[in-house]
Structure formats: C-alpha cells, structure tokens
Write a protein that binds this ligand. Sequence first.
Ligand code: BGC
Length: 246
Amino acid sequence: MEIFGVDIGGSGIKGAPVDLDRGDLAQERHKVLTPHPATPDAVVAGVCEVVEHFGWKGPIGATFPGVITDGTARTAANVDKSWIGTDIQRLVSDRLGGAPVTVLNDADAAGVAEMHFGAGKDRKGTVLLLTLGTGIGSALFTGGRLVPNTELGHLELHGHDAEKRASSKAREDEDLSWEHWAHRVQKYLAHVEMLFSPELFIIGGGVSRKAHKFLPLIEGISAEIVPAQLQNNAGIVGAAMAASEA
Ligand code: BGC
C-alpha cells in the first residue's frame, strides 16, 4: 500500500508516496525550499505544491517541528511563532480538497520509521531516538509504542536549553571541533539516561551521516548508541505510517 508522506523542515519541504510494505519511497522525492518567513500559509502552500507535483489524491501524513496535539501546533521553537494554535491538519486538508491529513511531530515520525524499518527494529525495551539538527527532537518508545511529544531537546543543561548547546546547529554556529561538540552531546545523553534509562539511543538528523566522527568520542553512557538508518527519509516514511494508522 502507498500513502503520501511530507517532511516539513527548516530548509526544505520534502515528500513522496511511500511504499509502506518496504518502508521506503515509492518514487523519487520532490523538494521545495521552505519559505521565509515560514508562516502557516506560506508553508502549507509549499506542502500542497509537493503533493500536487505527484498528482496525489489519497491520504497524507506530514511532520511538523513542534508539539502537535489534535492536528494543531502547540509550540514553535524554530519556526514562525504564528504557528502556535494553527490546526495544520485542517489547513492542509482544506487546501487539498478534503484529503485526509495526519500531522505529527518530526522526531516522532522519524522514530516511528526507525522502530519499524531501521535501527530500532524488534527492540522492545525503552528506546530513545534523538535528532540532532537545527533543534533537538526526541521520540520515546517502550514496548515499541510511542509516547508522543516528549520534547527532550528542551531539557535544561548547565543552565541552557539543551538544544542550544548540543544540536548540530550549535556545533556549526560556534564552529566547535568534533571533540568539543561530542563532549556536550555526551553530557546531554548522560542527563537523559539518568532520567529514562533507555536500552538504546538512536541518533538521527543530518549529522547521523557523520556518526563516525563523534559517536566513538562519546564515553560513559551505559545504553547502546547507534546512528539512525533511514536518515533523510525517516520523517517522510514515518509520516506516511502515522497516516496509515489513522
Ligand atoms: C522542537 C521539537 C522538534 C525538534 C526538532 C525542537 O526545537 O521543539 O518539537 O522535534 O526541535 O525539529
């Protein structure tokens, strides 16, 4: 079965029909640049452009980089604040002539895909996927089930919002060495481990492609730490999976 998945990110809006049996894109994905300012109207127009590129008519799953309950954005840490309170599910559905739309947090979507098709497959204990990107996203699983909207990127770390210290953006903005940044990530993981005692950390986000540069530098964490496997497409695949369950 195929369902459409769209990933709304800070730099691009990417989507494709997803083959849910294989957990992979059924066609090459289409991407448009995220408009700036990334207001609801402008972003939804981008989402519709991606969907219409394929002439897609069926159900759609979409990710959003903030808390989502009842299809509505509740936070907007790294996107335009006017998103807060926006019923994104209804907005996209209305613009697409009433197509069924399911929206979930971006890290939750990536986690759902990784648990089913990637690094978390068959893991029944507590698993935490952390995406280290512009922000830090988190997806918490136990018994394979998601606890949505955990927002562990906003834990306090040495008096700072953790994502401001340990995201991939922090490494780039502050021009940190891999060693220096890995040290911060280690401190962050130790804090999260103290709170949740996961058996496995899955590290996602674009930087997971460079896992060999920083994961070997991380010490003193009891849980296993592995890079995500689906990488760039995890959000698209997870969004489609969530839409199929809805
Ligand atoms: C947001 C999360 C999101 C993460 C990754 C954080 O700033 O609060 O909801 O999952 O960034 O995009």
